[in-house]
Design a protein around this ligand. Structure first.
Ligand SMILES: Cc1ncc(COP(=O)(O)O)c(C=O)c1O
Length: 428
């Protein structure tokens, strides 16, 4: 059965107004609305634990979690209390607050590659600092990368506005394909400063792949950098490098680090990190300490609780449940990803069937109050309960039944251009 459409009147009115006064209406790429026009909320009212409420009063069980920055749940009392204490103390001085050192100690203790750290505000700041440091350390220009690293010139998803010279210095390779990296390095190896990559997106690394990338990079005199914005504090406390036991020269973290407060970190080997003083990386808000206090509270809580095993348990339940439900419904789909960052792909060989199945599935889950992203893998938080999991699977069962029904009656959505927020878009 199809669920009735939700009302997004207030969201849509706010969006119409935003389009008059905010370029693009909202931050680019941060609404899944592009795939399901009129079916997703746009403006949030409040959140609590695993749930968010939109401005129309619709309540959603949320598996997007602000793209992975919420790992303990919305409005975690311990993290928010730490942030509020910092606000009351004063958080914006021409001086540095001692909480910087407290956080640095925690990170050095927690992240395998971290002999030293340096703090920034956004992921893009940090990945850009990482490649600059690699250029300083090697005296080379070119970057080899795989994955999403932010919006700065060297890694922007779109070419418009980016100098050709910047683009020419950035090369890529295929995930889980060491030969494709070997080929790039064979042709350009003596000019490559680093290989920077996400340890995974939706496809987990094949055994030996990450270690193979590191070995190839080092063989050609390049640094190996892991971009752990998403994997950090999700796969393991020490990130994917701890989970897969592949220690990079440098690594970048953000997102779950501070449960929603703006902060990012570059971590790495001492002799590399010390060379940051050969360049200039500074910004007005870098010493702003609210997020640092939040990060200390987040990491402590992650350490003191069974949060990370919980993410794995709930995520595994989701992965296994989705496969079972797809099979029971006779819908060609399968789960993919590691448990704390699960996802679903529709696999019918006919693109029109795939697209329709995807559209109907996400429309039905959203209408039933479960927020899953059609184009980006999901995240699990410590606030998601076994009941949340069971409820989500029940809703997915209904959504798969709706997909089967709509496909059987011959319904097909018009072909549309996908916005590839997910890097491994060719798999979706
Ligand atoms: C793996 C990865 N690297 C870098 C970034 C860029 O971070 P920011 O959006 O904070 O600049 C992101 C953001 O989603 C990311 O997922």
């Amino acid at each position: 059965m199809l669920a009735p459409a939700l009302s997004f009147d207030r969201s849509e009115k706010l969006f119409a107004r935003a389009q008059q006064i905010v370029a693009g209406g909202t931050t680019q790429g941060k609404t899944p609305d592009t795939l399901l026009p009129g079916e997703y909320p746009i403006f949030a009212d409040h959140g609590q634990g695993s749930h968010l409420w939109d401005v129309d009063g619709n309540r959603f069980l949320d598996w997007i979690l602000a793209y992975g920055i919420i790992v303990l749940g919305y409005c975690d009392p311990d993290v928010d209390e730490a942030a509020i204490r910092e606000i009351r103390q004063g958080f914006a001085f021409p001086l540095t607050r001692p909480v910087q050192n407290e956080l640095a100690e925690l990170l050095v203790d927690t992240i395998p590659c971290a002999e030293m750290v340096h703090f920034f505000k956004t992921g893009s700041d940090t990945t850009t600092a990482a490649i600059r440091l690699a250029r300083i350390a090697t005296g080379r220009q070119k970057i080899v990368r795989w994955g999403y690293h932010g919006w700065h010139d060297w890694c922007c998803l779109r070419e418009s506005g980016i100098p050709r010279a910047v683009r020419e210095d950035v090369l890529t390779f295929r995930y889980n394909d060491l030969d494709s990296l070997a080929d790039v390095l064979k042709r350009h190896g003596d000019q490559v400063a680093c290989v920077i990559m996400m340890p995974l997106e939706i496809e987990p690394p094949a055994p030996g792949f990450l270690a193979g990338v590191k070995a190839l990079a080092h063989r050609h005199g390049a640094l190996f950098i892991l971009d752990e914005m998403r994997s950090g504090f999700h796969l393991a406390l020490g990130g994917a490098q701890a989970y897969y036991d592949v220690i990079p020269d440098l690594a970048t973290f953000s997102k779950a680090l501070s449960n929603g407060y703006a902060l990012s970190v570059l971590a790495g080997r001492r002799e590399l990190m010390e060379r940051l003083d050969e360049t200039y990386v500074s910004s007005t808000f870098f010493t702003n300490s609210i997020a640092m206090a939040a990060a200390v509270a987040t990491i402590r809580k992650l350490k003191q609780t069974q949060a990370i095993p919980h993410l794995w348990r709930i995520g595994q339940g989701l992965l296994e449940g989705l496969d079972r439900l797809a099979q029971e419904a006779g819908v060609q789909a399968r789960s993919i990803g590691v448990a704390p960052m699960p996802f679903l792909v529709f696999t019918d060989p006919d693109p029109a069937v795939r697209e329709t199945a995807k559209f109907v599935f996400y429309r039905e889950t959203t209408r039933r109050g479960v927020l899953l992203h059609p184009n980006h893998h999901w995240f699990v938080s410590a606030a998601h309960t076994e009941q949340d999991l069971a409820h989500t699977l029940e809703i997915c069962r209904e959504a798969f039944a709706a997909v089967r029904g709509e496909l059987a009656r011959g319904y097909r959505v018009p072909a549309r251009q996908e916005t590839a927020v997910t890097v491994s878009a060719d798999m979706i």
